[in-house]
Design a protein around this ligand. Structure first.
Ligand SMILES: [Mg+2]
Length: 120
């Protein structure tokens, strides 16, 4: 069965690019346009969360904090996929226990390597 990845990003272009990159590699991609919609639609079969930082309604940091408060998602892989690259923001990501930080726009080959590695 295809491994499920959730892409939480308010940019439909990014959600589409992620889908275009991951679906041919055998993944299923579920999109959500902000953290609230993502929280309402998470399911335990999702193996990796790709999360934008800046989104309306609920941004990435708040989303990850709330996600990790749910026991069944505590150990899920989370990667921030964002235009942000400041040391301060990355440090905040670390305190949330995330697995990686990829700056947009991403390079498909190395992006796929990271995803495959985390998907095990
Ligand atoms: Mg955004």
């Amino acid at each position: 069965m295809a491994k499920k990845v959730m892409c939480v990003d308010d940019s439909s272009t990014i959600r589409m690019l992620v889908e275009k990159t991951l679906v041919p590699a055998g993944f299923e991609v579920v999109g959500a346009e902000n953290g609230q919609i993502a929280l309402d639609n998470v399911s335990p079969d999702i193996v990796i969360f790709l999360v934008d930082v800046n989104m309306p309604v609920m941004g990435g940091f708040e989303f990850v904090e709330k996600l990790k408060n749910r026991p069944e998602y505590k150990s899920k892989a989370v990667i921030f996929l964002t235009t942000e690259s400041s040391a301060e923001k990355k440090e905040k990501g670390k305190t949330l226990g995330i697995n990686g930080w990829i700056v947009k726009p991403f390079e498909p080959d190395s992006f796929l390597k990271v995803i495959n590695m985390l998907a095990g």
